[in-house]
Design a protein around this ligand. Structure first.
Ligand SMILES: [Zn+2]
Ligand SMILES: [Zn+2]
Length: 574
């Protein structure tokens, strides 16, 4: 339970007490605690973990400390539950919406029977709220906006949406003089596929200037907190961004602390305790002498604990601490290892750029090869290629290869795996191509058994090299298909077939967990952008992030191979 969630419970209590007509003194005491907890720099659950006295938090006395401990350790507060039971069910849902106070909430509940953001939205839209309160349309619309904003807040944002926003903020703040080490921490730095809040941190010569610059960025909407060392704001898209500024000497331990994960940090603390060391965001304290050692960089923090540096993507408490102690953390794949991209579309089907433009853009990235893999015609959409047009494209690719030096363009296809498991194009044409990718694009509701057989028949087809986006999920939009990936991976390993890590930010498919299992089973992986435009070639880093979370080294990823080696591999897989 994070501090914001704890503060929320006390804020509800204050509101309910106000509704009840309790004395103002008591109400104000709760409101004070809410602000103190929201702004407190340390997470309370960690204070409790470490046995720290909660009364160190301003405004927290015995009674609140006891309630807080009950709430954090059991996830429930009896006093709060009893208080809530005195009011119509759902009233606290309305109190969650900024701009709705206890009186309004009570009236909405009792007179209109509104108990949720959804029913409130409905009532605003049909005009009954405006009539009830004589609010007028404008105020009602303001409330409506708040309803929408609070709904967005509950949603996690995908890394593909978040990273560009964060990079925009960082690049704006980096232009303020005196800024050093500005970076992101938290789940974004660990490269989780979806994120809650964003944690930024850095060291600066003039914190005030940077904080002022931060809250006045055009992208920043509501400012929640503005202080000398910590500010929080909601940026466009509903994302909450916290910015912390610290002294240069302690930056490494702070970055380590706020990168998490929580479980990883708990494992590290246990390891420290065995060595007589106490770990915190301020540094490492020798318990015997009570001397605090500060760390300006993160690597030395890990080295002080007698272990290898652990890349952020591995910090999920999946055995990485123990491996780092043994010096067994592998050298993970990096974007600079990538030598080609084997899945992309052009203006021959539903892409925007020409073959030549794609080749030149890829050459600029330092690639040695790309494969052009349009959709096949059977899908009936997106100008898929039939045998005739595919023949023409093979000729066109030959011309492009004569025209451009320094990069090889492979002919290829992203052939549809039909509902019955057969491929959408005949063997005669598939055999002429350098790369054949097979993928499911239709009849996605098949039973697990049927779907697995369907994909397995493609894996076993001698014409196929790669299976693209194996689960077909679209983050936040489409659930993965039902499929026995374990069976698919085992068959792929046996037949020397490649599984794709699709790097499109809303696909990330295979994800980290699946890619890790495939790697364990000896399946070859390819990180591919599925680019439909030259700008999409930059998606490679999202796929590399997934591969790193899956503990992949360059040797596990086929498109780290040189041109000669990848050609050999593609011929071997047929
Ligand atoms: Zn596809
Ligand atoms: Zn594609």
């Amino acid at each position: 339970m994070r501090n914001t969630a704890i503060a929320k419970v006390f804020s509800d209590i204050a509101d309910l007490l106000e509704l009840k007509g309790e004395n103002q003194f008591k109400i104000r005491a709760y409101q004070k605690v809410v602000r103190a907890i929201e702004h407190y720099p340390k997470e309370i659950r960690i204070m409790i973990d470490e046995g720290e006295d909660l009364k160190n938090i301003p405004g927290v006395g015995d009674a609140i400390a006891k309630k807080t401990t009950e709430l954090v350790t059991t996830g429930k507060l009896e006093y709060y539950e009893k208080l809530k039971a005195e009011f119509p069910k759902g009233i606290t849902n309305l109190l969650d919406i900024p701009g709705i106070g206890p009186k309004t909430a009570s009236k909405l509940c009792s007179e209109l029977g509104i108990t949720s953001a959804d029913s409130l939205e409905q009532a605003i839209k049909d005009g009954s709220v405006a009539t009830l309160f004589r609010l007028g349309e404008k105020t009602a619309n303001n409330i409506l906006q708040q309803v929408e904003a609070s709904r967005r807040k509950d949603q996690r944002i995908s890394i593909g949406e978040a990273l560009p926003i964060v990079e925009e903020i960082l690049s704006a703040l980096n232009s303020v003089p005196g800024v050093r080490n500005l970076t992101y921490a938290g789940s974004l730095r660990r490269f989780r596929e979806t994120l809650g809040d964003i944690d930024l941190m850095g060291t600066v010569d003039n914190p005030q200037k940077v904080m002022d610059a931060f809250v006045s960025l055009p992208i920043v909407g509501q400012v929640l907190v503005q202080g000398p060392t910590k500010s929080s704001a909601i940026v466009s898209g509903g994302l909450q961004v916290d910015l912390r500024l610290v002294e240069h000497e302690a930056f490494g331990s702070l970055l380590q602390y706020f990168t998490g994960s929580k479980q990883h940090n708990i494992s590290l603390r246990e390891r420290g305790r065995r060595q007589g060391l106490k770990l915190s965001e301020y540094g490492i304290t020798d318990i015997a002498t009570d001397k605090l050692e500060k760390f300006a960089d993160e690597e030395n923090f890990y080295h002080r604990l007698g272990m290898q540096y652990i890349p952020p993507e591995l910090r999920e408490d999946q055995g990485e601490v123990e491996k780092a102690e043994r010096g067994a953390i592998p050298r993970l794949v990096e974007v600079s290892d990538i030598k080609g991209d084997l899945h992309m579309h052009t203006d021959w089907s539903d892409g925007h750029s020409s073959i030549k433009e794609m080749a030149l853009a890829a050459k600029k990235l330092g690639y040695q090869y790309i494969a052009i893999t349009e959709h096949s015609g059977g899908r009936g959409i997106a100008h898929g290629l039939d045998v005739e047009r595919l023949r023409k494209q093979i000729e066109e690719i030959k011309k492009v290869n004569e025209y451009i030096d320094g990069i090889q363009v492979f002919s290829g296809i992203e052939v549809d795996i039909r509902a019955d498991g057969t491929l959408d194009l005949p063997h005669e044409i598939l055999a002429k191509l350098n790369v054949v990718i097979a993928a499911v694009h239709s009849a996605m509701n098949q039973s697990k058994g049927k779907m697995t057989q369907r994909v397995l028949s493609a894996v076993e087809d001698p014409d196929v090299d790669i299976i693209a986006h194996p689960t077909c999920r679209l983050l936040g939009k489409r659930e993965p298909i039902a499929i026995d990936l374990e069976a698919v991976f085992r068959t792929a390993a046996k037949n020397n077939k490649i599984m794709e890590i699709n790097a499109m930010p809303d696909r990330l498919d295979l994800n980290d967990i699946h890619a890790s299992r495939a790697r364990e089973l000896g399946v070859k992986l390819a990180i591919e952008t599925d680019a439909h435009d030259v700008s999409h070639l930059d998606f490679m880093r999202f796929g590399v992030g997934m591969a790193r979370r899956a503990w992949c080294e360059p040797q596990h990823i086929v498109n780290t191979l040189s041109l000669a080696d990848v050609l050999t591999l593609l011929n071997v897989s047929r």
